[in-house]
Design a protein around this ligand. Sequence first.
Ligand SMILES: [Cu+2]
Length: 138
Amino acid sequence: MKPTVTCSLLAAFLLLAALPSVAADNSGGKVFALHAQNGSGQHGTVALKPRGSKTVVEIHLLGAPGSSEPAHIHSGSCSKLNPAPKYPLTPVVDGISETTVNQPLAALTAGGLAVNVHKSAADLKTYVACGDLANSNM
Ligand SMILES: [Cu+2]
């Protein structure tokens, strides 16, 4: 009797655990332009894809090197960026970066945030690309 009960509870738990991801609205992603800065020649897009209460942030940069380029979401805008990162992103390598940020899409696109990419960990001061996460939906 006991193993059956445990098994049923486990099945019920697994079903409940699976439900939110099934019920979550994962449609309605947004794409923003990343513009080259400081003559880097690196430009591309940042795509934000809702995953329930989280957001997958995907950077695609053309002209990026194979070396690691730090990337973050900052408060402010590309023309007036707060230098302190707000949410860290996976460093861009070969123009690609993917990060799941623990914020809903609406919070990231409400305005006042920008994605920027830095030349290297040793040269964070040099920005190579930036994109405002508002008013530029492609
Ligand atoms: Cu940054």
